[in-house]
Design a protein around this ligand. Sequence first.
Ligand code: FE
Length: 294
Amino acid sequence: MNTVLQLKQNRPLLHSQSSEAVTDGDGVRINRSVARKALHTFDPFLLLDEIASDDTADYIGGFPEHPHRGFETVTYMLEGRMRHRDHLGNEGLLESGSVQWMTAGRGVLHSEMPEQHEGRMHGFQLWINLPAAEKMSPPNYREYDAQQIPVLNISDHSSIKVIAGTVALNGQNIQGPVAEVSTQPDYFDINLAANESLNLPLASHKQVLVYVYQGAITIHSDQDSDAGTLLSQQLGMLGAGEQISMSTTENSRLLLLAGNPLNEPVVNWGPFVMNTREEIEQAISDYRNGTLVD
Ligand code: FE
């Protein structure tokens, strides 16, 4: 009798799209990914913005005071300094390698402003939806500096930073600092050197997205003919399977995002993401009346 090998099924690359150049805040230039029109598509992820510029004019305007309700924002800085202030009097400086995980819940009024007048600014903001039962929860912040984010070395030149979730690889289990989030997100920043490959197991029920921000990554399905390549500033959505299999021919960097879909209706208006139109109207009226926040 032949021995049956239990091979994990690779998740194929289902869909890819280039990020869109937009401006937001006070004239900040952004590469925007993940859908804004069909918000269900990448459930539970709503939006991914990348700021990457050496030109002060592209970021100096920052994001003056604005509201959020109904979801979480995750800010991850690679280079540069951003100061955060909110209506509760919280204040924090996001520096290279640090992460802020903000649960807006029922309402936050805040600003996110650059604290530098020159040099490179490179960072990401991800929006993750909250389940209906948590959309009106009190706001919450978690901040982590670079030293609090564990790094798993894959080889001499390749590594995975584990911001949220757990990486299980080569007999090692590395857990990121962010826990107790309903959508159980995995947020990995992966640095893959030229001519290296990576097979990473991921829970089969999760939505999996890949955003390449340097180089290019090939995603391998079980049929080699189905391999798909993601270039820099492209987002890929992966199909069903138990692991992601990727390789590269050049030094590449990417974000890998995975999370439990909520499978709930999504209605949004600007910085509010709720389940019904009535809840959006309520959020707008609360904002105008000054009762969005306590
Ligand atoms: Fe914001």
